[in-house]
Design a protein around this ligand. Structure first.
Ligand code: PLP
Length: 397
């Protein structure tokens, strides 16, 4: 079949849940992708903040192939070394004492919501069951994660959603304080809203949320699925502050493309999950955890987080310089290598034009261009992208 026929077949046989661009991607290396026609693209999407070490990383590939020849899967009724080693790495590098593995971000948030409820039900406080989430948040597509997602366009069509979720505007401590009460089990938020528009709150916001949680006896639940593992220039975004969460969720970059999610918690809260309280057949399978362990160890050995911090600052400056040249750019926002710019032009047209020039970027909320390259991106790749964006913005405006 020709490439066009493959794409046509996909439209025919696959659920139409994605609006895809007409390219058939065949392979990748580092920050570069090749389509089936042999065209190359510099990837500033990275599977949406997933492939932090870039594509086809040789160490990850080697671990995968070794592990595939050794043991792919056993039930969580038994112990395996890769799973324990990855959990130990996460515990050592975070506030947490315990890790629950699952397969995606949505599932990690499901686990977090269940744990928060169970924690208070175990303490004979079943009425303390409500979760406060943020307007414009994104926590995933499963029913509880969707019920915690503060975007009606994503929720529409699926009502009734689960009861027990309240919403307040992001970056508004007064609104949060007014909504909190004896029924509030936890406050769930992204330290920087990703899908909601790359929104960075005020510097003291997270501290304020943590203080309100402590005062009210509620759990602080951080969704670091997009911001975690170096994306914002710290291993976890909350580490830019002195805030310590009660629960944190991870996914995306943890496997660099292998499907894995994780829910982390401190000892006291995690104790609410006893044997049989929660489970996942594939959660923490040896193949995926062996790969994820190589991912985090490589990140550490290669100082990838420091590169994200350096390249993030370099990239943001370049985008701010573009803003001075193009009035169509309304703002530049973001932290580390989670960057965005709001434009007064058709975002999808910019994305398409950039693709024609050999760069993959994406557009969220209709008018916000998001840049989430692999964290190994170089200043040369950033220069090339900003030069192409300079031309593109001149063309579209
Ligand atoms: N939480 C955040 C902050 C996300 O950005 C995403 C995905 O974009 C999710 C949760 C859901 O993750 P998944 O698609 O792996 O279920």
């Amino acid at each position: 079949m020709t490439d066009r026929e493959w794409m046509h077949k996909a439209e025919e046989v696959m659920a139409n849940t994605y609006k895809r661009f007409p390219i058939l991607i065949e392979r990748g290396r580092g920050c570069t992708l090749w389509d089936a026609a042999g065209r190359t693209y510099t990837d500033f999407v990275a599977g949406i903040a997933v492939c932090n070490l870039g594509h086809a990383h040789p160490k990850v590939a080697q671990t995968l192939s070794r592990q595939a020849e050794t043991l792919l899967h056993v039930s969580n009724l038994y112990y395996t070394r890769p799973q324990t080693a990855l959990a130990a790495w996460l515990v050592e590098h975070s506030f947490a004492d315990k890790v629950f593995f699952c397969n995606s971000g949505a599932e990690a948030n499901e686990a977090a919501i269940k744990l928060a409820r169970k924690y208070f039900q175990d303490r004979d406080a079943p009425d303390r069951c409500r979760i406060i989430a943020m307007e414009q948040s994104f926590h995933g597509r499963t029913m509880a994660a969707l019920s915690a997602t503060g975007q009606e366009k994503i929720r529409a069509g699926y009502h009734p959603l689960l009861p027990g979720f309240d919403f307040v505007p992001f970056d508004d401590l007064d609104a949060l304080a007014a909504k909190m009460g004896p029924h509030t089990a936890g406050v769930l938020l992204e330290p920087v809203q990703g899908e909601g528009g790359v929104r960075v709150p005020a510097a003291d916001y997270l501290r304020g949320v943590a203080d309100l949680c402590r005062k009210n006896g509620s759990l602080l639940m951080l969704d670091e699925i997009q911001t975690g593992l170096g994306r914002t220039g710290a291993l976890f975004a909350h580490q830019h502050t002195d805030v310590v969460p009660d629960i944190m969720t991870l996914a995306k970059a943890l496997g660099n493309g292998l499907p894995i999610g994780a829910m982390l918690a401190g000892k006291k809260v995690a104790a609410a999950f006893g044997a049989g309280a929660h489970a996942s057949t594939f959660g923490g399978t040896p193949l995926v955890t062996a790969a994820a362990l190589t991912v985090v160890e490589t990140m550490e050995a290669d100082n990838v987080v420091a590169n994200a911090r350096r390249m993030g600052a370099y990239f943001k400056q370049a985008l701010l310089r573009l803003q001075r040249r193009h009035p169509v750019i309304k703002d530049v926002r973001g932290l580390g290598l989670l960057l965005g710019m709001r434009i007064a032009a058709d975002g999808d047209a910019v994305v398409k034009c950039m693709m024609d020039k050999g760069f993959l970027i994406n557009c969220i909320q209709g008018s916000i261009l998001r840049f989430v390259p692999p964290l190994i991106v170089t200043s040369e790749e950033i220069d090339a992208l900003t030069a192409a964006l300079d031309e593109t913005l001149a063309e579209v405006s």
